[in-house]
Design a binder for this molecule. Structure first.
Ligand code: IMP
Length: 180
């Protein structure tokens, strides 16, 4: 399927399964090397990063623990500044850890910019960010993204965990919204 339609929006394929697999491999290899002698806690940001997180941890060659946070900020095809943390792991699970936050996409950065100070209250040994996609044109902050799949244009994407109004998360490829 090269083209799809969701609720009257048209999308075309941007990254297929093979390309995604190669990129996730690359990121997993780098993380495995960097954390070879460290105890790693992956914090996956739901819902969008569930598929990426699952594939990423399968490819890691080092042990890691996984926790999930649910953070909401997007409505429709727009990022908003109304960020809510809906679920957070127990305090003891977060204290003094080497953390990698796993995101599907860093767009404006509002979500993680809200979440980073919350996480810092748990006195982490280290915090890094891993995102499959990044939109540098709209990114508003200066924090570093250590592990990144691709930079993309200022465009709306669905698939591989990402949705449009909750539709499209199960698609194995990533699609971008076509110009009207
Ligand atoms: P930010 O707060 O603007 O960086 O947006 C981050 C969150 O918004 C991501 O975790 C996604 O859930 C969602 N998001 C951002 N861009 C897109 C997109 O193009 N498609 C689907 N979801 C997106």
């Amino acid at each position: 399927m090269n083209k799809i339609e969701i609720e009257n929006l048209n999308f075309e394929k941007l990254f297929d399964e093979k390309v995604i697999d190669r990129t996730v491999n690359r990121l997993a290899k780098k993380i495995s090397k960097d954390y070879e002698h460290k105890e790693l806690l992956i914090i996956s940001v739901l819902k969008g990063s569930f598929m990426f997180t699952s594939d990423l941890v399968k490819k890691l060659t080092i042990p890691c623990e996984v926790e999930f946070v649910k953070i909401t900020s997007y409505t429709g095809t727009q990022s908003t500044e109304n960020v809510f943390v809906q679920t957070l792991p127990d305090r003891e699970r977060l204290l003094n850890r080497n953390i990698i936050i796993v995101e599907d996409i860093v767009d404006t950065g509002n979500t993680l910019n809200y979440f980073l100070p919350i996480l810092k209250q748990y006195n982490p040994t280290s915090i890094q960010i891993c995102t499959l996609l990044h939109k540098p044109e709209v990114f508003r902050y200066d924090w570093h993204i250590a592990y990144k799949g691709w930079d993309i244009e200022k465009e709306f994407v669905v698939g591989y965990g990402m949705d449009y109004n909750e539709i499209g998360r199960g698609l194995p490829c990533i699609y971008r919204q076509k110009e009207k």
